[in-house]
Design a protein around this ligand. Structure first.
Ligand code: BGP
Length: 479
């Protein structure tokens, strides 16, 4: 297929992402400062690939100056990460700040800005403190919501004058889906009602932080914005038939609209209330809390988009003895001939970028948004090293190009998308898969003292940032 040159709007942001727990490591962490992820890792090390986990990660805590140097070299203008709640405080009830961690964070932010890289920061990327998980049931508790607001206030007091891009959560649906819905993560409890309460409490927490943000006048004083980073899994029905279409819309309701609607529209879909009632999974929400959500919607959203989710109507009976699961209404559909990333087991379908872009325009008031994560994890990348020891990750370059191409087409058709953040800046630790699949522009060599090296994609990305141009397949669909 022929290649065509694609132009990127001049003000379009091209950055890269990571998170605190996936990079920083435990250096300097106190015994009482485990996060939920640390707790899971400690209780279940055997499921983490080759035993690697958050303990050392990429050692960013000690090597951030070196890493920010690489950001500068690549020309990244934005870096998205998180502040680790479990480490930022030493007393979660009274929001007592850990000065050592806070000054490290302060240095990271200064160093980023000094090097021309805008920090974009989430307050939680699965780093809910372990002790709050054990004592109160984590996000199932409204008290934990109160504590999160107290924590956020301290963070804004410290860094609110310098960080312009804030987010309450990264992928707020993920932990409870793995833990309470699918029961594949510690502590392996299938409990759909808990799942729904976590969903609601995180939606509420977002609204409360938006309110706090307004009260602290961070927008007025510093031009800052507050949003949330969600991971809608764009649902495609097997067929145009009504039963398959319904399956897709049920999936969308339970996994996408459950966060998109309250955050952007300030309201939960009415259909969701009826379904929660029917299946006895109604969340506990007061009138005041629903009002809080209504009055405090986000300024913008980040979306993490990796793969499409294909569904069909159920063809087998639901086992009525198991707790309700949204799968009651759908089954996963295995599209024949689909293109796969076999390492991660995710379908590659760049058109998803266009579809979500148009959806944001048409169904969500064309709110400002950006791609907060998209990328390709590949196993054993060492085999692609050339003689100069540079990983030739042409598959990643193609993956990014094709996704960017469709995203830009969505912008051309009016979607208010402002940027693209690649997952990830460096290789880092995934939940459970650890260092198995590598995502980075920058290689982390575990065999060689975690030394860093730019991959071919880093040089390519640098050029794209500089020229605001790249080449992609000239397929008919694009015309
Ligand atoms: C997103 C998370 C990231 C990152 C990424 C890649 O869902 O926000 O933290 O891990 O997915 O997925 P994985 O690491 O599971 O391969």
């Amino acid at each position: 297929m022929e290649l065509k040159t694609i132009n990127i709007p001049k003000d379009f942001i091209l950055g890269a992402a990571a998170s605190a727990w996936q990079t920083e490591g435990w250096s300097g962490k106190k015994e009482t400062q485990d996060s939920y992820l640390d707790l899971w890792y400690k209780n279940n090390k055997n499921v983490w690939h080759n035993g690697y986990g958050p303990a050392v990660a990429t050692d960013f805590k000690n090597r951030y100056k070196e890493d920010i140097g690489y950001m500068k070299e690549i020309g990244l203008t934005h870096y998205r990460t998180s502040i680790n709640w479990s480490r930022f405080l030493i007393d979660y009830e009274n929001a007592v700040v850990d000065e050592e961690y806070a000054s490290y964070m302060d240095d990271v932010i200064k160093e980023l800005i000094r090097n021309g890289v805008e920090p974009m920061i989430a307050l939680e990327h699965y780093e809910v403190p372990a002790v709050l998980f054990e004592e109160y049931g984590g996000w199932g508790s409204k008290h934990v919501v109160d504590l999160f607001v107290k924590y956020a206030e301290k963070v804004f007091e410290r860094y609110g004058d310098r960080v312009k891009n804030w987010f309450t959560f990264n992928e707020p649906i993920v932990v409870q889906t793995r833990v309470y819905l699918d029961a594949i993560r510690y502590p392996f409890e299938q409990n759909t009602k808990k799942w729904m309460q976590w969903n609601f409490n995180k939606g509420l927490a977002t609204a409360r932080i938006v309110k706090l943000f307004k009260e602290m006048e961070l927008k007025e004083k510093y031009g800052a914005k507050i949003g949330v980073i969600l991971n809608p899994e764009v649902a495609y029905a097997r067929s145009s038939a009504e039963h398959d279409q319904k399956a897709a819309s049920m999936f969308d309701l339970f996994f996408n609209r459950v966060f998109l609607d309250p955050a952007i529209k300030g309201e939960y879909p009415q259909e969701l209330f009826a379904l929660m009632d029917k299946h006895d999974i109604m969340f506990d929400a007061s009138e005041e809390e629903l009002q809080m959500i209504k009055e405090n919607t986000v300024d913008y959203v980040g979306l993490n988009i990796y793969f499409p989710y294909r569904v069909k109507a159920r063809s087998t009976a639901w086992n009525e003895e198991t707790p309700f699961h949204p799968e009651y209404y759908y089954e996963k559909f295995d599209l024949p001939g689909k293109k796969m990333n076999p390492h991660r087991g995710w379908e590659i379908y760049p058109h998803t970028m266009y579809d979500i872009a148009i959806r944001m325009k048409e169904e969500y008031g064309n709110i400002e948004w950006f791609i907060a994560e998209n990328g390709m994890g590949v196993e054993n990348e060492y085999r692609f090293k050339n003689e100069e020891q540079i990983i030739q990750d042409d598959y990643r370059i193609e993956f990014i190009s094709e996704h960017l191409k469709w995203l830009l087409k969505g912008i051309e058709d009016g979607s208010n998308c402002k940027g693209y953040m690649l997952w990830a800046f460096t290789d880092n630790v995934s939940p459970m898969n650890a260092f198995k699949n590598r995502y980075g522009l920058v290689e982390i060599n575990l065999e060689d003292n975690r030394n860093r090296a730019l991959k071919k994609s880093a040089y390519w990305y640098k050029q794209v940032i500089e020229t605001k141009q790249f080449e992609a397949q000239d397929d008919d669909l694009y015309k």
